[in-house]
Ligand binder design. Structure first.
Ligand code: ZN
Length: 364
């Protein structure tokens, strides 16, 4: 693809794909789940723990880092990898999604978005060019085009947002300077399959090192999300990774890999951990529940994570009740392991050409 980035499609089983995305900071084995480190930290876990968990890619948020501590400061400190001491691949989003989520505190025009900081109310303006400049300062391996995410059911708005997203993607391509960063374009179009197909054609034709699917998991049904993925799967280039933004329950991984997705990210595992919930492949345990007070078992007897190998539900519940910080760390380790291990299992099933039977077994 380039001197710095290439994607090897190792195996296909139906529409499911197993590959390797080579980046300057290491190989990303796909399907891949990326833990989210909003403020250049995956909450409650150290980069060393993430490495031990086998995380192949982590995500950081442009909007948050631009406001605090500032992308210029991060650049001065040697870039995100050095600043947060994570030597593996990093992806930054464009800042768009968070700004569009500010609802009343932003104004969008064809040139960019003016918004008020959630920290101090100060006014800022993000354009495709500014987003690229911030992301170049942050220095992630994968950077995202500045896009507009519309509410999924509004056809008129989705048409306008898609056109804007396409124009903005071109502007991002035009101003990008760093060769050691891979820019991904973003497919938009809400739940409207013809718009999605149009967007996939446009975005794929930009011939960028990877393609992302935005504007999903924002209020539409699972069936609608799956229909979008099925509509664009035949259009997106086969030889580039596909990243489904902000999606990542265990069921989503299984269902969306089935429909041709390679990379996922989601705050769910770490957010649930801070709310005392442990994920299992198909269920959740709320460990604050009194039934666990004298439960000597680990969260999941089949789990091989550090937490399950060493700690009982009774101990984890005690930490939660006593408001000890370690509970967030131990639960985050377990929840992240659950998704990272699931992604590895999906990859193995694809390599062994038994993905459909894995899916059937999973949903039985
Ligand atoms: Zn575990």
């Amino acid at each position: 693809m380039t001197e710095y980035f290439s994607f090897e499609l190792i195996a296909q089983d139906g529409r499911a794909r197993a590959g390797i995305f080579h980046t300057p900071h290491g190989d990303i084995y796909t399907p891949c789940f990326a833990p989210v480190g909003t403020q250049a930290t995956v909450k409650a876990v150290t980069p060393q723990q993430l490495q031990e968990l086998g995380a192949g890619l982590i995500l950081a948020n442009t909007y948050h880092l631009y406001l605090r501590p500032g992308d210029d400061l991060v650049a001065e400190m040697g870039g995100l990898h050095q600043f947060m001491s994570w030597s593996g691949p990093i992806l930054t989003d464009s800042g768009g999604f968070q700004i569009f989520s500010l609802a009343d505190n932003r104004v969008i025009d064809d040139n960019g978005v003016t918004f008020k900081s959630h920290i101090d109310g100060s006014t800022h303006r993000l354009t495709p060019e500014v987003s690229m400049s911030i992301q170049e300062n942050l220095g992630a391996d994968i950077i995202m085009a500045f896009d507009e995410c519309a509410s999924p059911y509004d056809r008129g708005y989705n048409e306008r947002a898609m056109q804007r997203t396409h124009k903005w993607a071109k502007r991002c391509v035009d101003v990008k300077t760093r060769q050691d960063q891979a820019l991904f374009g973003i497919v938009q179009g809400g739940i409207f399959l013809d718009l999605r197909q149009q967007s996939a054609e446009y975005t794929g034709a930009l011939d960028l090192p990877g393609n992302a699917i935005g504007g999903l998991s924002v209020g539409e049904t699972k069936d609608e999300m799956h229909a979008v993925l099925e509509a664009i799967d035949p259009i997106l280039p086969l030889d580039k990774p596909r990243y489904l933004m902000g999606v990542g329950t265990p069921e989503d991984l299984v269902n969306c890999v089935l429909r041709g997705v390679d990379i996922f990210d989601c705050v769910l595992p770490t957010r649930l951990a801070r709310h005392n919930a442990a994920m299992t492949e198909k269920d959740r345990l709320n460990l604050v529940n009194a039934t666990y007070a004298r439960d000597p078992r680990p969260i999941d007897e089949s789990c091989t994570c550090y937490t399950c190998r060493n700690y009982s539900r009774a101990y984890l519940r005690h930490l939660i009740v006593a408001k000890e910080m370690l509970s967030a760390t131990l639960l985050s380790i377990h929840n992240l392991h659950t998704l990272l291990q699931l992604a590895r299992d999906l990859r193995q099933a694809i390599l062994e050409k038994r993905y459909q039977s894995f899916v059937d077994e999973y949903f039985k």
